[in-house]
Write a new protein. Structure first.
Length: 146
């Protein structure tokens, strides 16, 4: 669920005087509740699913809607954008790429595994940060095909 929608829901909750609101949008579900103490009102956002699960579902939905090709992690490990800390990233958003180009490295069990592109296209989104742990089948890149 978009953070702007969550902020809008918080504003709605504060303006309405309600103590709790729960919204379901597709498979995303968010419950926002207000707990009041004697002089301070707090708004608490409680996701009903782990955030990474929601992100991957949103990415999957965007993939279906926008016809992006997705590059998924073939293993569990650590994502690196370049071969060395000071080196230039293999790719960045907007770069044209070809089948076989190296997109990133995933380190697993002290082995550096180069992840190659399997289509020709353009990098539209990079969904993980340098040094982030990645899960098997986690979406790493969205690519618009030529």
């Amino acid at each position: 669920m978009d953070i702007r929608k969550v902020k809008k829901l918080i504003e709605l909750l504060e303006e309405s005087g309600l103590s709790e609101i729960e919204i379901t949008e597709g498979e995303d579900k968010v419950r926002i509740s207000r707990q009041s103490t004697s002089s301070v009102n707090e708004v608490q956002v409680i996701p009903t699913q782990p955030v990474n699960t929601i992100d991957n579902e949103v990415v999957a939905e965007n993939h279906r809607n926008n016809n992006f090709h997705k590059i998924q992690a073939p293993m569990i490990g650590t994502f690196y954008q370049s071969s060395e800390p000071e080196a230039k990233a293999f790719v960045k958003v907007g770069d044209p790429i070809s089948k076989g180009d190296i997109l990133c490295i995933i380190e697993a069990m002290k082995m550096m595994n180069q992840i190659e592109c399997d289509v020709d296209g353009t990098i539209e989104r990079i969904l993980v940060q340098n040094g982030d742990p990645v899960e098997y089948d986690e979406v790493l890149f969205l690519i618009s095909q030529n």
